[in-house]
Design a protein around this ligand. Structure first.
Ligand SMILES: [Zn+2]
Length: 261
């Protein structure tokens, strides 16, 4: 059985971007208590600069400072941004500490922290943009490999940025589309429905701070809609678990994968 680790998805990055807004407009004092964070050179470049904007782009958090300095943070498996009142003690050794007038932001477990937004280029449209461009997203899906499984395509950040394993499973279940169908066999209407559903579910998660999960990580439990047991199988190059209800989401049997290493 495939074991899945939680990975920050677009909605958690958007929540972090919201929390960090309290620092926007402040001239920040920056330091890196963590040696690996210090090695990125980010803190010394931004120390004393005014923070102009913070935004989530896909699974990246982009911080723009005066003077055209841009910092990209990608949280990977275990990173997190926390916001504390100015002057509160700083626990542990964060990768980056940004001290503003009223608050300080702490980045733990950065993994990817760098001084430009290069990696953001090449990303598809953000699923959590205020008005996601569904037609452009649909064209991206149609331009790509039509033989690819739709569940795999949904988490390809070049097609659509921000969807990870949990919201992939939930969107497919809500839209009643099997993750194992080929993109070419999924209608335009179904792809639109999948993307609209992902945007709606993730948007609600940003608003409420809660993830309403029906199917992800629930293999062997009854489908909340029909009672059929939920199935799970590794999918895509990284063999991360796909979840589906074989009754609500009919489709081809998944190919037999080698066991995850
Ligand atoms: Zn079902």
């Amino acid at each position: 059985m495939t074991k899945s680790l939680p990975v920050p998805e677009g909605d958690s990055l958007h929540r972090a971007a919201r929390r960090l807004q309290v620092l926007v407009g402040d001239r920040v004092a920056a330091e890196s208590p963590n040696a690996r964070g210090r090695a990125t050179g980010v803190a010394e470049q931004i120390d004393g600069r005014r923070l102009e904007a913070v935004e989530a782009v896909g699974k990246n958090l982009i911080l723009r400072f005066e003077g055209g300095v841009t910092v990209r943070s990608h949280l990977r498996m275990s990173g997190s941004w926390r916001v504390r009142a100015a002057g509160d003690p700083v626990p542990g050794r964060p990768w980056l500490v940004l001290r503003g007038e009223r608050a300080q932001a702490l980045l733990y477990g950065g993994r990817v922290l760098e001084l430009n937004a290069r990696a953001v280029r090449g990303l598809g449209p953000d699923i959590l943009a205020p008005e996601p461009d569904l037609e452009r997203l649909l064209r991206n899906f149609r331009r790509g490999d039509q033989a690819r499984q739709v569940g795999d395509a949904l988490t390809d950040q070049r097609l659509v940025a921000g969807i990870g394993n949990v919201w992939k499973a939930e969107s497919l279940w809500h839209a009643r589309v099997s993750p194992w169908r080929r993109v070419g066999d999924v209608t335009d209407g179904e792809i639109r429905a999948l993307l609209e559903t992902a945007a709606r579910l993730m948007g609600r998660s940003v608003e409420t701070g809660r993830e309403e999960v029906n199917i992800a990580h629930r293999a062997g439990m009854p489908c909340p809609r029909c009672g059929t047991l939920i199935r799970s199988r590794g999918q895509g190059d990284d063999n991360r678990a796909a979840y589906w209800c074989p009754t609500c989401q009919p489709g081809p049997e998944p190919p037999v994968h080698p066991a995850p290493s």
